[in-house]
Write a protein that binds this ligand. Structure first.
Ligand code: UD1
Ligand code: MG
Length: 475
């Protein structure tokens, strides 16, 4: 609570700079790395969330590569400064000086990397508290890695004090053995930061202005700098490659699934589901393995979501069963409905309470009233189906004449016999019957029977006679 109060008092004077100008060549992508999605949102969205959770000041995003796409994506969430040429992380932060203006002098600057999305708010609050407690000019977040790879190494003195950061490409063999590395997240006193940035050089392996060099320079100017180790190294994991993107996505899903389980959702195999951060699920719902839930999907309470279900922007009520391999997009499914296995609900499908849509049924722009059923092998498109109507197996709404789509309207309590074609535009009245195998081309009044199949002819003994004739034929 104390920390919370402290944060509120001090948050006014915290400015955030997010570095996002680099393309990310190791991603081998046409898209800038911060716009790659993990758990349904761009990497940079998570960093913006973090900045917004810590201060009321709008974050400053340093942009360069694909700046128009980045601006379009982030919109009003950020202030933008452009780094024309990517001359290094130090140069990137320096670009924010003008936007911050002279008012920045007495404030604290939090520098985040647009490609580091997993840091927790609590960790950054701890970092800022430590920064203020120690009176440092700079405090950064580090992590301990078994394989420190290409991260900057943290060089400490004999008493454990922070001396400098050395980039992997500039490090000696001995320095490369250090497994405490720079997480790319820093808190600076603004005046010290900008004074030092303007003195950086590019005398290093990459010929860049390294933000990391600020540490050694501050120290040689008699200022203090410190480093805090993040308890969980995943918090400072950067997205530089597809492999790291996959690790970040897995962690985002893991955190979300953990939260859902705490709120009462059962996952039969929590590591075998793919769920966007935006998806909501109610208590006592059971989610089987190999389920993919995307976008604005919400699922109510007491539902069963069987293996292979894939939902995108779908609203599911309570007590709904979605059976194996049901695919649905932009659809609404009310309480107590049952769908699948192998059903395909396309955009504009609205299923009422207790509706049953069975195997190999496809729907599109179709509204089913409460209790309506289409249990097997049907296509119901551009249609309105009344409450408690039964659609027999193999029913097809012929909604397309090659140019336009037409509507089929079926009243409540109707019975559509199996293997019928309803040629739209057509209306079947409430309580009407359509005989199995009919092709309906004209409206059917309420409570009528429509039958369009040809009458059956049965000839007794025909088959026996034919077989005898076949035998008599010469070879
Ligand atoms: C950087 C750090 C390294 C640290 C690692 C943590 C430096 C010199 N190195 O290395 O010590 O361990 O992050 O993830 O800072 N960017 C710009 N403009 C530039 C260069 C980079 O905006 O001119 C942005 C990138 O888009 C990215 C961030 O800064 O969002 C970090 O740059 P990146 O190239 O990923 O640096 P690393 O090699 O990961
Ligand atoms: Mg990086």
């Amino acid at each position: 609570m104390l920390l919370g109060n402290q944060m509120n008092d001090q948050s006014q004077s915290i400015e955030t700079v997010i570095l996002a100008a680099g393309l990310g060549t190791r991603m081998k992508s046409e898209t800038i790395k911060i716009l790659h999605a993990a758990a349904g949102r761009a990497i940079v969205d998570y960093v913006l969330d973090l900045a917004e959770s810590l201060t009321d000041r709008k974050p400053i995003l340093v942009i360069g590569h694909q700046r128009e796409s980045v601006k379009e994506h982030c919109g009003e969430r950020a202030r933008y400064v452009v780094q024309e040429d990517q001359l290094g992380t130090g140069h990137a932060v320096l670009q924010a000086a003008a936007e911050l203006g002279s008012s920045v002098q007495g404030s604290t600057v939090l520098v985040l990397s647009g490609d580091v999305p997993l840091t927790r708010r609590e960790t950054l609050e701890g970092l800022i508290t430590e920064h203020r407690r120690s009176g440092n000019a700079a405090t950064l977040l580090t992590m301990i890695l078994n394989e420190p790879a290409l991260y900057g190494r943290i060089v400490r003195g004999s008493n454990g004090e922070l001396l400098r950061i050395v980039e992997a490409k500039d490090a000696s063999d001995e320095e490369l053995l250090i497994n405490e590395v720079n997480g790319g997240i820093y808190v600076f006193e603004a005046r010290d930061l900008f004074e030092t940035l303007s003195t950086l050089s590019t005398n290093n392996a990459q010929g860049e202005y390294y933000l990391t060099d600020v540490i050694a320079r501050l120290k040689s100017n008699g200022k203090s700098a410190g480093a805090m180790v993040a308890e969980d190294p995943v918090e400072t994991l950067g997205v530089n490659s597809r492999a790291e993107l996959a690790t970040v996505e897995a962690e985002l899903v893991r955190r979300h699934v953990d939260e859902l389980m705490r709120d009462g959702v059962t996952f039969r195999n929590p590591s075998a589901v793919s769920i966007d951060s935006s998806v909501r699920i109610g208590a006592d719902t059971i989610v089987h393995p190999f389920v993919t839930l995307e976008g604005t999907t919400t699922i109510g309470r007491h539902c069963i979501i069987e293996p292979g279900v894939h939902l995108k922007n779908v609203e599911v009520g309570d007590h709904v069963t979605l059976r194996t391999s049901t695919v649905a997009e932009e659809a609404t499914i009310a309480d107590h409905a049952s769908v699948g296995p192998f059903a395909h609900l396309r955009p504009g499908t609205v299923l009422g309470r207790s509706v049953k849509v069975g195997n190999f049924v496809e729907t599109k722009k179709a509204t089913f009233g409460d209790g309506a059923k289409a249990s097997h092998l049907s296509y119901i498109g551009d249609a309105e189906v009344g409450a408690d109507t039964n659609i027999g197996a193999g029913t097809i709404t012929c909604n397309y004449d090659g140019v336009n789509k037409h509507k089929t309207t079926i009243g409540a309590g109707a019975f559509i016999g199996s293997d019928s074609q309803l040629v739209a535009p057509v209306t079947i009245g409430a309580g009407a019957y359509v005989g199995a195998g009919s092709t309906v081309t004209k409206d059917v009044p309420p409570d009528a029977l429509a039958l369009s199949r040809t009458p059956q002819k049965t000839i007794a003994g025909w088959a026996t006679k034919r077989r005898e004739e076949m035998k008599k034929k010469p070879e």
